[in-house]
Design a binder for this molecule. Structure first.
Ligand SMILES: [Zn+2]
Length: 499
């Protein structure tokens, strides 16, 4: 028998408890076909001597916004490692604007007001960009800042008469004009103008992000939310763009694509108009092949901790009137989760605050009571703040938590400030989840935090914030547990653990 490639002399970790290590590995048609003794007497077209190097399975990121990451690779980079304070941020905008025509947008992303000392404001952006429209996306993706010319293009000259939006927030000056900052559902005011992005642009973003991810050792990612360009996604035809990227060889990772909840609807043609909730033709979770397939449906129920917009049971530290807010009311979450569950979907609910976590768990429990399904693999994206009872209940309901590693180093100081010392102990738990019996995937939420899997694994193990504080030492996991999360755990989240 002849195989394609034989790798010898490696320190191979298989992630298979029955056979955890090996020295030789054979590949045929892109698949691992044998280890060590299985390969005795087998010829190979290529033999690679690994010289004793460690070998791990390709990393699998369970929550990675590939197209957004690519877009940020193309946009002005405002992350804390690039710009320090607001003065530097405005200087970076000025420099970028100077390279653009007088009518062109200045797009930037990645700033964190916890690091810059505050959100940028429209008036300073007007000056920096020479009156050009500016849109700067916050590192969380849950908010951003517009210049006065940007507000004019959104239909609000001078930043006047910007409406309030349910589930969102527009920061205002004393006279009621917009200050610049726009949060959560109010982002639709912006997205309805700057999106949909042209297909060629998204293809380029996917190419940039795919190349970057491969260089970091990722071979599979789940794209958590597409198709709703007013919320998550680049365009209403996102899946087409992904297919195109794949067929042109630009997208070289295995991808699982989540449609956003607002794309699902009750299907026409049944005698009971509420008989079926989903995408047209009844296409649902699992459709596709091993390289590109439909994942769970995504619903964003609340906001972010560093933006203090995640829905909490009690107020943010030092802000006695602010408990954050839900983007959908509990009844709405309940209705769509139950309907999607009944139609055979897995549901991935973004829930960061402990109140949002309860809403999501209530909805999953109600769905199983209405129609028991074996192993539906519902998940809670982030699972940011949870007490012991919520951890136990998640495990009891078989729900998969999807917390992020590099949130600790990149956002940990801001999260600790938002929560105060006591609640910070319930934040981004990992070891407690494993101890309680949950399967833990590995994920980054790139580009909210770095997509680099080794940095995320490092943070799962060390849990040290940018300022050097240990963030919940009790929640540290071992290197082996973190690597298992980034391979087996993420595959489990997609019901691919046996593939
Ligand atoms: Zn995300």
């Amino acid at each position: 028998m002849q195989i394609d490639s034989l790798f010898v002399n490696g320190r191979i970790r298989t992630m298979d408890p029955a056979r955890p290590t090996a020295e030789r590995l054979g590949v045929l048609n892109g698949r691992v076909v044998g280890l060590d003794g299985d390969l005795d007497g087998v010829r190979a077209r290529e033999v690679h001597d690994l010289g004793g190097a460690p070998v791990l399975p390709g990393f699998n990121d369970a929550h990675h916004h590939l197209h957004l990451r690519g877009r940020r690779l193309a946009w002005l980079d405002l992350r804390a490692e690039v710009v320090g304070g607001l003065d530097e941020l405005y200087a970076a905008v000025r420099e970028r604007a100077a390279t653009l025509g007088p009518d062109e947008w200045v797009f930037g992303a990645g700033y964190d007001q916890n690091k810059t000392g505050g959100h940028p404001v429209a008036r300073a952006l007007d000056e920096a960009a020479g009156g050009r429209p500016v849109w700067l996306e916050h590192v969380s993706g849950h908010m951003g800042v517009a210049s006065t010319e940007a507000f004019r293009r959104l239909g609000f000259p001078g930043g006047r008469d910007v409406p309030d939006v349910d589930g969102g927030h527009v920061a205002r000056l004393a006279d009621g004009t917009a200050e610049g900052l726009i949060q959560e559902q109010a982002l639709q005011l912006v997205y309805s103008v700057i999106r949909p992005l042209p297909t060629d642009e998204v293809l380029e973003h996917l190419r940039l992000a795919s190349d970057k991810a491969l260089s970091e050792g990722l071979t599979s990612v789940t794209e958590p939310g597409l198709g709703a360009h007013d919320m998550l996604g680049a365009s209403p035809s996102d899946f087409h763009t992904y297919q195109l990227a794949r067929s042109r060889g630009l997208l070289r990772l295995r991808t699982t694509l989540m449609p956003y909840i607002t794309k699902l609807h009750y299907l026409d043609g049944f005698s009971d108009p509420r008989a079926w909730f989903g995408l047209d033709l009844g296409i649902r979770t699992g459709f596709g092949d091993e390289f590109m397939r439909l994942g769970p449906v995504k619903i964003v129920t609340d906001g972010s901790l560093i933006g203090k917009s995640a829905a909490m049971h009690t107020c943010y530290h030092g802000e006695p009137a602010n408990k954050g807010f839900m983007q959908f009311g509990p009844e709405e979450v309940h209705e769509v989760v139950v309907a999607a569950h009944q139609a055979g979907w897995s549901v991935a609910a973004h829930a960061i605050g402990d109140a949002a976590v309860d809403t999501a768990l209530d909805a999953f429990e109600a769905a199983q009571l209405r129609m028991p399904r074996t192993d539906p693999r519902h998940r809670i994206e982030h699972f940011g703040v949870a007490d012991d009872e919520q951890v136990a209940r998640l495990v009891r309901l078989g729900v998969i938590p999807v917390p992020q590693g590099a949130f600790i180093s990149e956002l940990g100081d801001g999260m600790a400030r938002a929560l105060g010392p006591l609640r910070a102990r319930q934040c981004y738990r990992m070891k407690s989840l494993l101890d309680a019996g949950a399967v833990l995937p590995g994920s980054s939420d790139a580009p909210v935090a770095t997509g680099n899997p080794l940095v995320n694994i490092h943070d799962m193990v060390n849990r040290i914030t940018a300022s050097g504080q240990v963030f919940n030492a009790d929640e540290r996991v071992s290197v082996a547990e973190a690597v298992r999360a980034y391979t087996h755990g993420s595959a489990y989240a997609l019901k691919e653990e046996h593939c």
